[in-house]
Design a protein around this ligand. Sequence first.
Ligand code: GRE
Ligand code: ZN
Length: 328
Amino acid sequence: MKIITLEEHFEIAEIKRAVARFLPVSQEHFYHPPTVQLEDLGASRLKEMDTMGVDVQVLSHTAAGIPLIPPAEAVALTRAINDQLAAAIHVHPDRFAGLATLPTPDPEAAAAELERSVNTLGFKGAMIHGRTNNRFLDDPSFRPILETAVALDVPIYLHPAPPPKAVWDVYYAGFDPAVSGSFATFGWGWHLDTGIHALRMILGGVFDRYPSLQLILGHWGEMIPFYLARFAEALTPATKQLQRPVADYFVQQMHVTPSGMFTLPPFMLTLQVLGADRILYSVDYPFQAGDHAKIFLENTPISSADKEKIAHGNAERLLKLSTTTSTT
Ligand code: GRE
Ligand code: ZN
């Protein structure tokens, strides 16, 4: 079974240094990235992919803090990120594909960089890390980016990023900094944040404006599948400006991936809510260990046709990847 994974990160040391001065100090307390694996885009990564049973990694830069930095610098840095990723893909085109990093602080430039990334560099979509200037993608200022994604027919992967300081302080502070840091981010907070981001896009009418836009969420849909019926019951009567019942936007315009959360309950829940055609696969390498990536899917109690869709078929369709056979 060929496996294509969609939330697989790399990091460029110069970029990390360049963005470091814009990051909130609180970040130090939770962010201990696996630097060696993040920075490798060659032989060791391929070896780890072979061990995990992953044939193709769709690569994206890690949460670089791009939304936090001044527009002009964001433009230069994202160009450098995308150029270096393109060079790595060029060496191993059968093992790597790319998602663009966009300078969201300058939405027009971000739209242009998305266009360049797809049409010139051959990338398959973009990854956006949370809010920019505390605005979510339902804000009209980001329309150039969404319009371009629609025109190019590529998806946007919405990745978590640390919550705003005010939210951090009220909701997550008050514990040992390492506890607050994990609670505010990958332990809970930034998943809730990303779910809210996607729900705001529904409520803001983004998917009526762009009915072919496709959003990808990690972590089995960032809590939305569990609460979708509740959200739909509560919000559908109030959202008279929307064209569809609110749950429709989730099941028609979003896809989800596991991000390395390889346990059965959220998988079965997501499968029941969303169906096998909208589940893609991901490890969140190297933040999560992918040793069980292939075994987990093989052992799920679903049909082999559905396993093939989730392992690679849906990704090949959504990202328009060529369909070659498994290399592992
Ligand atoms: C992730 O990509 O999921 C991630 C980061 C940084 C820290 C932890 C984490 O980008 O899971
Ligand atoms: Zn990730």
